[in-house]
Design a protein around this ligand. Structure first.
Ligand code: NAD
Length: 352
């Protein structure tokens, strides 16, 4: 018996990767989870699958060719899903080098190992093998008031983060065209939901608003992002992995464009209902405008109609249902957040 199909997931201790790993294990797949455990990797998120024999956690770098080649030879995955990345735009402004190291050089190492592994597979397995690269809509740059990013929009990355992701997307494309590696790429809009590291806008605002602290909003608060609930991103990736056409890219979005200030006010209103502040203040009064991020893209909007038309995917959550669920998750999981904030999450170790 061949047992359940194995996937090598990279970055599976991060926000989206861990949500994906939990879903894949729930569907009965076997997961080898390779993660370097940078500050963004959090094994607390994976405690529910600590004893699951279908989950093998390995601490390591996607750019470590010896390690990756060994994992591929040992576990014979049917697919690789690459989430591993430095992912925070503000950190990329302070220190771009780590972004190039992991997102570009690391992805190249992973691609080379994947190519060599794939070439040595038996024909039927080689035919079925997939390398899925998880990327962002930020590679397309900034939009004016109209229009949306499609899969054919020219790349125009503006931050060191998006430039490094754009470079990795191009390498993935080149590995398909040059070597025939069966790749797939997804470019997704901003995610939010359970287990998001509280440096990102939505969890940061939830935590500060809960504590009655000032809520920092960049610039005039009118920057627009499309927001997608993380579970919907994961279902899109699973769908592309299962039925996507090799060599293609798919945009993933929630059809949920919101100004940042609207996102913050929505969270304030939800928390005022659920946990009113003791002194009776409305949380909107905590909003504080701060100096804009340099090079801040004004608007992102994504056209995900290819994914819908060709593969029948659509998001299950609206922004309103997803954000309410997310606020409730953070209220119900304060110990998880506190261990991130006080640093103790970095003490947890799984497997080897
Ligand atoms: P994250 O920062 O929460 O997680 C990244 C994970 O990768 C962490 O667990 C980290 O330890 C690991 N990692 C970093 N460098 C590594 C390396 N060299 N080798 C192995 N592991 C390494 O990020 P996220 O928000 O979950 O994003 C996951 C992926 O999805 C990224 O590639 C990101 O570009 C992409 N993406 C994110 C969003 C979003 O809104 N968060 C939207 C679209 C695409």
């Amino acid at each position: 018996s061949r047992g359940p199909a194995t996937i090598l997931v990279t970055g599976g201790a991060g926000f989206i990767g861990a949500n994906f790993v939990l879903g894949a294990l729930a569907r009965g797949q076997k997961v080898v989870n390779l993660d370097k455990l940078t500050y963004a990797g959090n094994l607390d998120t994976l405690t529910s699958v600590k004893e699951n024999p279908h989950h093998v956690f390995v601490q390591g770098d996607i750019g470590d060719r010896t390690l990756v080649a060994r994992l591929l030879a040992e576990h014979h995955p049917a697919a690789i899903v690459n989430f591993a990345a430095e992912s925070h735009v503000d950190r990329s402004i302070d220190g771009p080098a780590a972004f190039v190291e992991t997102n570009v050089v690391g992805t190249l190492g992973l691609l080379e190992c994947a190519r060599d592994y794939w070439r040595a597979l038996a024909p039927a397995q080689a035919e079925a093998f997939r390398f899925l690269h998880v990327s962002t809509d930020e590679v397309y740059g900034s939009l004016g008031a109209d229009g949306k990013f499609t899969e054919t929009t020219a790349y125009a990355p503006n931050s060191p983060y998006s430039a490094s992701k754009a470079a990795s997307d191009h390498l993935v494309r080149a590995f398909h065209h040059t070597y025939g590696l069966p790749t797939l790429t997804t470019n997704c809009s901003n995610n939010y939901g359970p287990y998001q590291f509280p440096e990102k806008l939505i969890p940061l605002v939830i935590q500060k608003a809960l504590a009655g602290e000032p809520l920092p909003v960049y610039g005039d608060g009118l920057n627009i992002r499309d927001w997608l609930f993380v579970g919907d991103h994961c279902s899109a990736i699973a769908r592309v992995l299962e039925a996507g056409t090799v060599g293609e890219t798919y945009n993933v979005g929630g059809n949920a464009e919101r100004e940042n200030i609207t996102v913050v006010k929505t969270i304030c209103a939800l928390l005022d209902q659920r946990r009113p502040l003791a002194d009776g203040r409305k949380r909107e009064s905590l909003i504080t405008y701060v100096k804009d991020r340099p090079g801040h893209d004004r608007r992102y909007a994504i056209d995900a109609s290819k994914l819908q038309r060709e593969l029948g995917w659509s998001p299950s959550q609206t922004f309103e249902s997803g954000i309410a669920q997310t606020v409730d998750w953070f209220l119900d999981n304060q110990p998880w957040v506190q261990r991130v904030l006080d640093g103790s999450y970095r003490m947890e170790r799984l497997g080897q």
